[in-house]
Write a protein that binds this ligand. Structure first.
Ligand SMILES: C[S@@+](CC[C@H](N)C(=O)[O-])C[C@H]1O[C@@H](n2cnc3c(N)ncnc32)[C@H](O)[C@@H]1O
Length: 240
């Protein structure tokens, strides 16, 4: 019995570690492009499709991100890896007609879906840019730079974080939110499910982008969302 248990444990750990590596290797821009091309039309419905016992984790994550980003009327905001514009209604409600939203994504199809959201609302202060976030040039002096569900996707995510950092004005707010591996003790045993999901939804949930943020910002804060499988984090760019 003891031998069987040890064998099971060892085999499980081996499979988990192969899965982790496989999902990292499978995260390529060409796979991402094909995936989001296919999903663009209905991508924003995903928020309401993922429901665990009456809770919507992606909406809880967005709520946490909006609260931490603390957008103000008139803010100039960068939303990178903006997708089909799922964040736009929340951001636009807060920054209003005097604000400006610049949104960057690699996928032309996701941007086309985002444009439909803009047209439907009649916003005239939203600019879409098609670019790899790792090399984007969205402008400067942003009050808030923001990314949800993008940093486990963008292949060169640390370069993307740096480009957004360069665009943020001193004293500005850097807010991110995403899926992650939960470090809550009772969630750990099912963490391997995320590694399997990574393969299908082309993500790398083993990344820790909040550490990049924590190392550079002042007043850093991180909220754990939905049993630790999502997070929202924020920090201010130092003024000196
Ligand atoms: C999971 S979706 C998130 C969309 C949106 N931020 C949201 O919260 O719904 C990830 C997005 O990252 C985009 N993406 C992938 N690689 C990228 C890159 N190198 N630069 C910019 N965006 C990229 C995809 O096209 C996709 O729209």
């Amino acid at each position: 019995m003891k031998r069987q248990f040890l064998f099971g444990l060892f085999a499980g750990l081996a499979v988990a570690s192969v899965l982790r590596q496989t999902s990292k290797n499978a995260l390529t821009q060409s796979r991402l492009d094909a995936y989001y091309k296919r999903r663009a039309e209905n991508y924003n419905d995903t928020d309401l499709q993922i429901n665990f016992f009456g809770r919507w984790p992606r909406l809880e994550m967005r709520d946490a991100a909006m609260r931490l980003a603390d957008f103000k009327a008139g803010d100039k905001v960068l939303d990178f890896a903006c997708g089909a514009g799922a964040n736009f209604p929340y951001i636009m409600e807060r920054i209003g007609p005097t604000g400006k939203l610049v949104a960057v994504d690699y996928s032309p199809e996701m941007l086309a879906a985002a444009q439909k959201v803009i047209d439907k609302q009649g916003w005239t202060n939203v600019e879409l840019i098609q670019s790899d976030a790792a090399t984007m040039q969205p402008g400067t002096d942003f009050d808030v730079v923001f990314c949800t569900l993008g940093l486990i996707v963008i292949p060169r995510y640390e370069q993307a974080m740096q480009q957004a950092w360069d665009a943020l004005k001193p004293g500005g707010t850097y807010a991110i939110a995403d899926i992650c591996e939960s470090d809550l003790w009772y969630a750990r045993p099912i963490g391997w499910i995320l590694n399997i999901l990574d393969l299908f939804i082309i993500t790398d949930s083993t990344r820790h982008p909040w550490e990049w943020l924590a190392a550079r910002t002042q007043n850093y804060w991180r909220d754990s969302v939905f049993f630790g499988f999502f997070y929202a984090a924020v920090g201010k760019k130092p003024t000196v």
